[in-house]
Every structure is written in structure tokens, then in C-alpha cells.
Design a protein around this ligand. Structure first.
Ligand SMILES: Nc1ncnc2c1ncn2[C@@H]1O[C@H](COP(=O)(O)OP(=O)(O)O)[C@@H](O)[C@H]1O
Ligand SMILES: [Mg+2]
Length: 326
């Protein structure tokens, strides 16, 4: 989500607001001044290595742990002062969702719906469809895969139309197909239904695919909140390298004497451009090569940017192998 200075633009609506949150358990100061906002309509990722403080923060948002210092509000309701109002707007899976194994998926949802006011049969049907369990909903939970149970957990958590859905490490243990299914559901909830979805993970690659913005947490401190684009941009360096394959490598290098180049025999000429003007420059270079009577077989941008994972390791000062990063 980008900052928008246009007055007419609709500002994002804050769903969860956390201000200077601290937590001490026993003698351990676990969270240090955590501050961030998460918006309606986005998937917000909480990213950090194991032990960073993700679960602790999430437990405080859903009221499983008390707030000793700082503020959390959900849709404008202070979690400490107006707990029930705040929780009316929250659905979550923090520990394994409570489910009765001997009941079917549908029976489980009905059981859960009894504890909530205003959940109709239509709503149950709607959430079952949303999580893609329509054709398996009359089977017992024992027959469900982990991915299906997780999706039933999501169905259960959103039965009461919460504006905020919070899932702690929801993809743990899922296979790639299960991860994709869950990811698509969470994105749909955020982008089409306007829910603020908050997920935590220690996996960079997953956050990149699932989230709109990511808050990076390490050792109980929030290091920063970034859009995925910002994270990628921060990691992309200042230069762009293109490999040009032409009919005459030596002549190409000569033609490009105004540029920084290197020649790799048998491959082509690599030209190094400033990232900010690379697109315009490479268009000029292509034209120059062709108008000089050479054949341009390929023009390829070299992928030399750091991976998001490297950026994450830098941010969290984790030695390779020191943190649990997948
Ligand atoms: N009940 C507790 N008592 C003492 N320390 C705890 C307790 N719960 C968590 N911690 C510590 O707080 C830190 C953050 O834990 P946690 O929030 O579970 O991290 P994450 O979910 O990011 O892996 C860890 O160092 C953990 O050992
Ligand atoms: Mg955790």
C-alpha cells in the first residue's frame, strides 16, 4: 500500500493499531516498543526468525496475553479497555483450532456457530465455499488433510464476519499445494472482502508471495514495515547489467565505448547501466546495434540482485544458519 497525497484518494482504514507495545514475562523483556498499523484490505505479514516475538504480539492482539505497557486497538476499540467490542472484530487461529475429530467439517462449524451470535446457515455455506471445502464438508475431520483442517480453521475464524483475521504461522506443515490454496483464500479475503489479514512467518519466500506489506521483527523489536516492492527495491542495488548477444562481439564492445562494458568470449558483451535510467539507455543501445548493421540475438538483464532472504538476514543480523529461515 503506497502513501497517497491525493486529497480525493480514499485513505486506508486502520484495522489494527499497535503503539509502543512492551511485554515482560518473568524477568524477560520480550517485546520492545512494537509500533505498527495494519489496514483493512491488506495481507500484513509479521516476519521474523523463531523467538523474535511474533506469537507473543499476536497473543496480545487476540487477548490471550495481557498488555502491560502500550496500546492495541482493533477497529478503534482498545483491547484492554473494550475487550469484547475489540474481539467482535477479530477472528484468529493462534494455537491449533479447536475441532471435534469425530464430527464432520459442517458439524464442527455449526458447533462453533452456536457460540457466536448471528451466524446463519447461509453464512456457514458461504464460508465453506470461500475456503473451497464444499464437496468435502460432510466428511469427518479425521479424513481431512492438514491443509483442509487449516482451511476449515479459517472458515471457523471468519464465521462472524470479523474485520481482522489473524493467523500465527498458518503454513507450517503444509505442502506447496496446501500453501497455495491457503494463500489464495487469504488474499481473496483481504483484496475482495476488505478484511485485514495478519499472518506471521519465518519464511521470506512465503511472505513475498502472500503479503502486501511486511513488518520485520527480531529480538522483540520491529525493525521496519515495508511494502514487498520496497523490500525488493531496497535489495536491488544501484546498477543494472544487461548481457547482449550479437553477431560481432568485438564490434559491439567498440560501439559501446561510451558505456561501462565487459566482454565474455563466447557469450557476449555485458553493459552496466545506472538503475534509474537503464530502460531508456538499453533501448538506445539496442537501436545503435541494429542501425550499425549487426544482428542482436538476445538482450538479457542479469539477475544479480540480492534475494529478499539476504535482505532479511541483514536486517535481523542473523548469521547464516543462525536463524530459522526457510
Ligand atoms: N511464557 C513465556 N515465558 C518466558 N519466555 C517466553 C514465554 N513465551 C515466549 N517467551 C520468549 O519470548 C521470546 C519470543 O517468543 P515468541 O513470541 O514465541 O517468538 P516467535 O513466535 O517469533 O517465534 C522467545 O525468546 C521466547 O523464548
Ligand atoms: Mg511463534
Amino acid at each position: 500500500m503506497t502513501e497517497n497525497t491525493n486529497q480525493a484518494a480514499v485513505l486506508p482504514q486502520i484495522a489494527v493499531s499497535i503503539k509502543s507495545l512492551n511485554k515482560t514475562i518473568g524477568k524477560r523483556h520480550i517485546l520492545h516498543d512494537i509500533t505498527f498499523d495494519a489496514y483493512c484490505g491488506e495481507v500484513f505479514g509479521f516476519l521474523g526468525p523463531n523467538g523474535a516475538g511474533k506469537t507473543t504480539t499476536i497473543k496480545m492482539i487476540v487477548g490471550l496475553l495481557s498488555i502491560d505497557d502500550g496500546e492495541i486497538s482493533v477497529c478503534g476499540n482498545d483491547v484492554a479497555k473494550s475487550f469484547e467490542k475489540a474481539m467482535d472484530n477479530v477472528g484468529g487461529i493462534v494455537e491449533n483450532p479447536e475441532m471435534y475429530k469425530q464430527l464432520t467439517g459442517l458439524q464442527n462449524l455449526r458447533q462453533y456457530a452456536r457460540m457466536r451470535t448471528g451466524v446463519t446457515e447461509e453464512r456457514i455455506k458461504e464460508v465453506v465455499e470461500l475456503v473451497g471445502l464444499s464437496n468435502r464438508i460432510n466428511e469427518k475431520i479425521t479424513k481431512y488433510s492438514l491443509g483442509m483442517r487449516q482451511r476449515l480453521g479459517v472458515a471457523q475464524a471468519i464465521l462472524h464476519h470479523p474485520k481482522v483475521l489473524i493467523l500465527d504461522e498458518p503454513t507450517n506443515g503444509l505442502d506447496p499445494a496446501g500453501i497455495k490454496e491457503l494463500r489464495d483464500i487469504l488474499k481473496k479475503l483481504a483484496h475482495e472482502e476488505g478484511v485485514c489479514v495478519i499472518v506471521s512467518s519465518h519464511l521470506m519466500s512465503e511472505m513475498e508471495l502472500m503479503c502486501d506489506r511486511v513488518g520485520v521483527i527480531a529480538n522483540g523489536s520491529m525493525l521496519g514495515v515495508y511494502s514487498i516492492e520496497e523490500l525488493l527495491h531496497a535489495s536491488s542495488g544501484t546498477s543494472a547489467e544487461y548481457l547482449l548477444e550479437t553477431s560481432d562481439i568485438a564490434k559491439t564492445a567498440e560501439l559501446l565505448s561510451d558505456y561501462k562494458t565487459s566482454v565474455t568470449v563466447g557469450e557476449g558483451v555485458t553493459v552496466i547501466l545506472d538503475n534509474t535510467t537503464a530502460r531508456e539507455e538499453i533501448a538506445k543501445i539496442n537501436a545503435l546495434i541494429i542501425t550499425s548493421g549487426l544482428s542482436l540475438y538476445a538482450c538479457q538483464r542479469k539477475e544479480e540482485k540480492k534475494s529478499l532472504e539476504d535482505v532479511f538476514i541483514e536486517m535481523t543480523h542473523q548469521e547464516e544458519g543462525g536463524g530459522q529461515i526457510g
